[in-house]
Design a protein around this ligand. Structure first.
Ligand code: PGA
Length: 258
């Protein structure tokens, strides 16, 4: 596969600095034990308040740092918001955008997510754009329509630069699978990932489409990671609950080993 696997931990609104330090310490220790093995790229996305402390701890390691959200605006009068530049300033290289919790609880729609993606690229971050259908949408047979709408909003806003386009990461996270313990079957995940890949081929051409990574998210655990990651269009995982325990997160990373 020409795409390097990526396992990203989305810590959500969890972890004071002490707990964040312990968690990332456990992850680093586990990675040290796996030294020399061909492991995937590893990313952690702590809450804003812990990013700097975690960044100091992972300095010199292969672990990457990301934010969970950012503003679409340039610096200015936006109380409570964070720019992409503020994230890069403290060592982030990635940012999660349009997570279903942001869409459902904070009214983020695909247009806003697309504007945030523009701002993320501008500020030197690699965007991880989340998409996914609700249970009701799946049960009424609308999954692929929803995915088509959410992914289509991205295309007109992608940078012209080919290298930047190839950096894009998408995360397919069925809303009904997030934090519920219900995982999409590997076949359900592959069906949607293949659909997204086809959209990428049609819009961006084969070369770019073959480089864009599509992660799966939604109740990924150490015991189901390997089978999900074995699907040809699944390039890694966006992990919530299981990213909060070093042992589980490492078990998921191990899902990439042959
Ligand atoms: P989960 O969350 O692994 O707890 O289901 C995934 C996510 O929300 O990114």
């Amino acid at each position: 596969m020409s795409r390097r696997g990526l396992v990203a931990g989305n810590w959500k609104m969890n972890g004071l600095t002490g707990a964040a330090d312990t968690l990332v310490g456990g992850i680093l220790k586990g990675l040290e034990q796996r030294k020399g093995k061909n492991i995937c790229e590893v990313l952690v996305c702590p809450p804003f308040t812990a990013i700097q402390a975690v960044g100091k701890k992972i300095a010199g390691s292969a672990v990457k740092l990301g934010g969970q959200n950012m503003s679409e605006h340039k610096p200015g009068a936006h109380t409570g918001e964070i720019t992409g530049q503020m994230l890069t300033d403290i060592g982030c290289t990635y940012v999660i955008l349009g997570h279903s919790e942001r869409r459902s609880m904070y009214g983020e729609d695909s247009q806003l997510v697309a504007r945030k993606m523009v701002a993320a690229y501008r500020d030197g971050l690699t965007p991880i754009v989340c998409i996914g259908e609700t249970l009701q949408e799946r049960e009424s047979g609308k999954t692929l329509d929803v995915i088509r709408d959410q992914v289509s909003a991205i295309f007109p806003n992608l940078p012209a630069d080919e290298a930047k386009r190839q950096q894009l990461v998408l995360a397919y996270e069925p809303v009904w699978a997030i934090g519920t313990g219900k995982t999409a079957t590997p076949e359900q995940a592959q069906e949607v990932h293949a659909f997204i890949r086809k959209m990428l081929v049609d819009q961006l051409g084969n070369d770019t489409a073959s480089k864009v990574r599509i992660l799966y998210g939604g109740s990924v655990k150490p015991d189901n990671a390997a089978i999900i990651f074995s699907k040809p269009d699944v390039d890694g995982g966006l992990i919530g609950g299981a990213a909060l325990k070093a042992e589980d997160f490492l078990g998921i990373i191990d899902g990439f080993q042959g």
